[in-house]
Write a protein that binds this ligand. Structure first.
Ligand code: TMP
Ligand code: ASP
Length: 245
């Protein structure tokens, strides 16, 4: 990034830089992959670019469906221009199918189809290891009003319907995903962060048997190999679908 722009924030997978316009930022996607709160780390050359391009396509799709997001446009293949937001320190996870931490922390059997989407909210705090949090604790900590929390949950449920359909069209099952939101300068809630195989579980529906084929970061979390191939596959399915429609 041109050094006239200031690094505002560096996370595990992205860097945020100032923009000429005070209400915008540049978001640069890194090639780093982390799991288990960065206990496990690796670099995959080209991952940043794939996640940036996949996220951009998905944000564009959500914007078409009237979801307010921070995405404005791509600057280049691994950098997007977004509205500057004050990030709400919560991670909203929506689950359609039981998998991952839900099955480690409860007696719900892995791969159970959930009768309605489950929303799990985590406090975004690396030092505390992003703990699961309750509505009452959110209120106690004054993180946001209950009206805004309800709005965020409502948006997450709407996004799920749009994304489930979107991914089904490209033969992918949306198992679960994590979202982050923030306030823009007018105090409006926008979807932030990224939507990519780093923060969604996506299973290939092109399977004759019931083996799970993960095309997401579980390839890294669970040492399955082939992460870049999986992310490239998703990007090419998205592009083929967009070209046809
Ligand atoms: P979990 O089953 O490990 O709780 O993950 C649920 C979903 O949230 C899954 O799609 C991966 C995503 N996720 C993140 O994006 N960041 C995280 O730090 C964690 C723990 C999960
Ligand atoms: N993003 C988290 C981390 O680094 C974990 C995950 O995605 O599983 O550590």
């Amino acid at each position: 990034m041109n050094n006239k722009y200031q690094l505002i924030y560096e996370g595990k997978a992205k860097k945020v830089f100032s923009h000429d316009d005070a209400d915008k930022v540049f978001i640069e996607f890194k090639d780093d992959a982390t799991a288990f709160n960065a206990l496990k780390k690796a670099k995959f050359e080209g991952k940043g670019k794939l996640n940036c391009l996949i996220s951009a396509r998905i944000f564009e799709h959500l914007i078409k469906h009237n979801i307010p997001t921070h995405f404005l446009k791509l600057k280049n293949d691994n950098t997007m221009i977004a509205q500057k937001i004050k990030v709400i320190p919560l991670e909203i996870v929506l689950r359609n199918i039981a998998y991952g931490s839900l099955c480690k922390q409860t007696t719900i059997k892995s791969r159970t189809n959930l009768v309605k989407p489950l929303i799990d909210i985590y406090l975004k705090n690396d030092e505390l290891n992003d703990p699961l949090i309750t509505k009452d604790r959110i209120e106690l900590m004054n993180i946001l009003s209950s009206k805004d929390l309800d709005l965020m949950i409502d948006l997450t449920l709407k996004i799920n319907i749009i994304l489930k359909n979107f991914f089904k069209n490209i033969q992918l099952q949306l198992v679960d995903f994590k979202l982050e939101f923030g306030y823009d300068f007018e105090n409006k809630i926008l979807l932030g962060d990224e939507i990519s195989p780093d923060n969604c579980r996506l299973w290939d529906l092109n399977q004759n048997n019931d083996t799970i084929v993960s095309l997401d970061k579980d390839r890294f979390r669970n040492d399955l190999g082939g992460l870049l191939e999986a992310y490239s596959e998703i990007y090419s399915r998205i592009n083929n679908f967009i070209e046809l429609n």
